[in-house]
Design a binder for this molecule. Structure first.
Ligand code: AMP
Length: 131
């Protein structure tokens, strides 16, 4: 059965898309820990990030870097923090979070509560800066 993220890539489930190319897709996390919290995934389904072959993993990180540059330009932050867990959704993904301090990476605290309109506006701002 397709993962929820494959269904997002296929357009079967809505998302706030940030960027895509032939191999990778980036969209806002539905339960953001920070404003602009984005997930980068490979379009082809694979569960564990480190099962991706080296050349493709390199391309994925280069794509994530372009997304991070767009986040830096669009969202006030000191830098973009990176996290990989993957225990909830069995489709490899890299979390990219615009942060100003370590505690902005708190995945275990209260999530931000942003409306669909706010999420759409944030995604639009990042999308516009993606090169
Ligand atoms: P983890 O697998 O632990 O890295 O966490 C999975 C992440 O995917 C969580 O931060 C969820 O909020 C996020 N997530 C789950 N479903 C969706 C969805 N439909 N759209 C966007 N993000 C999602």
């Amino acid at each position: 059965m397709a993962t929820i993220f494959s269904r997002i890539v296929a357009g079967e489930i809505p998302c706030h898309k940030v960027a895509e190319d032939e191999e990778f897709f980036a969209f806002l996390d539905i339960n953001p820990v920070a404003v602009g919290h984005t997930l980068v995934i490979p379009k082809a389904e694979v569960d564990y990030l480190f099962d991706i072959d080296d050349p493709k993993l390199g391309r994925m990180m280069a794509f994530a870097k372009r997304v991070a540059r767009a986040q830096e330009a669009a969202i006030p932050c000191k830098r973009v923090g990176v996290a990989v867990m993957g225990l909830e959704v069995p489709h490899a993904h890299i979390h990219l979070l615009p942060i100003a301090k370590e505690s902005d990476m708190n995945f275990f605290g209260k999530k931000l509560s942003l409306s669909q309109e706010e999420l759409a506006e944030i995604a639009c701002r990042i999308r516009e800066k993606f090169e």
